[in-house]
Write a protein that binds this ligand. Structure first.
Ligand code: ZN
Length: 107
């Protein structure tokens, strides 16, 4: 998913894997790009969240709502400082780089 070329420059896509085998997919846009949504398989679920939330926040929030156990997250852009802290709090691993900065615009 994360290597998908349509994960465009300005929209962050995050994929959160869970112990339960369901992968949660979210974007920094209000909803997933139609072409991304159409490519979701049965073990993947869209995390909708609310406006202004980061992709990472949306997938982690959905995992909590669904009482899933997150294991690892991947994002299409470097993870901001706020989300990095969120990952630490929830013991979620990632191979994505951290930006080490707060996000300038919360979108
Ligand atoms: Zn973030």
């Amino acid at each position: 998913m994360i290597d998908n070329p349509i994960a465009s420059d300005y929209t962050t896509i995050a994929v959160l894997n869970t112990e339960e085998g369901l992968a949660l997919v979210g974007s920094s846009a209000l909803s997933l790009d139609k072409r991304v949504r159409e490519n979701l398989v049965s073990t993947e679920k869209e995390a909708k969240g609310t406006k202004g939330q980061h992709a990472e926040e949306k997938v982690i929030q959905l995992a909590k709502e669904e009482k899933l156990s997150p294991t690892e997250i991947g994002a299409s852009r470097p993870i901001c400082l706020d989300c990095e802290e969120l990952l630490e709090e929830n013991n979620i691993l990632t191979k994505t780089k951290f930006s080490g900065k707060k996000s300038k615009k919360r979108q």
